[in-house]
Design a protein around this ligand. Structure first.
Ligand SMILES: [Zn+2]
Ligand SMILES: [Zn+2]
Length: 281
């Protein structure tokens, strides 16, 4: 079994309206790409901030600008297709109740929880326009905050899958500073929270398309997850059909090398493990 659960039917750019992208023709392009790559389980997880209901959780300027679509219309549309119904939902500290309420009344197959924005302000680890790295804080502090929030996201029990677990490295060492030394001091408390909560850890090939050029999570992080008994969910975070199953041969080899022989499969927010397949595309 191969899955691709964390994917988007459209790029994050301006002008990518629901009318243009939430169509049968566009879904068919993703299904064809999945079939070619031997991916049996395909699901969509649109960013929560593209729906006006997200403004109940947060009023970040990026969210206000992007909250144009209706979440229920999205859910209805996805249920007319063979895709699993998911959503990528940011962990917003202090908005746990509102987040739980938004998720509970819809019949998602899974919820991908993510941390992009860190700290009290508007700044994100991966966004040029709201760049936490522009604030003059050192890498040690930013990484600590990121992984503290990741642990909180896991412990919130709001989510089924923890997205791109070490996203904070996205820019690579050339573009932004990295903390010194052994990075396991950042990973360990987050992995403890992952183990405690039972959340699935996303193995994402998206980092291979980013300046860092690595899978999420790093090998040392993934090893700690395996030791802690955490299960993995496999995704590409595709924003285009041609990114479905992106570099899955590397992901499968990575899991094989860790001795991970099973991945998570989701339906109506319940999870089972299935044997990890091999890439055929
Ligand atoms: Zn994300
Ligand atoms: Zn995503």
């Amino acid at each position: 079994m191969l899955t691709d659960y964390h994917l988007h039917l459209r790029p994050d750019d301006e002008g990518t309206t629901a009318e243009r992208y939430f169509t049968e023709e566009n879904v068919d392009r993703y299904l064809a790409a999945a079939a070619e790559a031997g991916i049996e389980e395909l699901g969509v997880s649109e960013h929560v901030y593209r729906f006006h209901q997200a403004l109940d959780l947060w009023s970040h300027p990026l969210w206000v600008e992007n909250a144009n679509d209706d979440l229920d219309a999205y859910c209805e549309f996805v249920r007319t297709t063979p895709l699993r119904l998911g959503i990528e939902c940011d962990f917003i500290p202090g908005a746990e109740e509102q987040t739980a309420a938004l998720l509970a009344v819809r019949d998602f197959d899974y919820v991908v929880g993510s941390v992009h924005f860190v700290g009290d302000g508007d700044a994100a680890v991966d966004h040029d326009g709201f760049d936490v790295w522009a604030g003059g804080e050192d890498a040690e502090r930013i990484w600590s905050r990121y992984f503290e929030m990741l642990a909180e996201a896991a412990r919130s029990n709001l989510f089924d899958i923890l997205a791109h677990p070490d996203l904070v490295k996205v820019w690579g060492r050339e573009r932004r500073p990295l903390p010194e030394g052994d990075l396991r001091r950042f990973y360990e408390p987050a992995v403890a929270a992952i183990a405690e909560s039972g959340i699935a850890v996303e193995l994402s090939t998206a980092g291979l398309r980013k300046p860092v050029g690595e899978l999420y999570p790093a090998t040392a992080f993934a090893e700690l997850c395996v030791e802690a008994g955490a299960p993995f969910a496999l995704s590409s975070d595709a924003h285009l059909p041609e990114q479905v199953g992106f570099e899955y041969d590397r992901a499968v080899d990575f899991l094989d090398a860790l001795g991970v022989g099973e991945i998570c499969v989701f339906e109506r927010r319940s999870r089972r493990l299935a044997p990890l397949g091999s890439r055929v595309g």
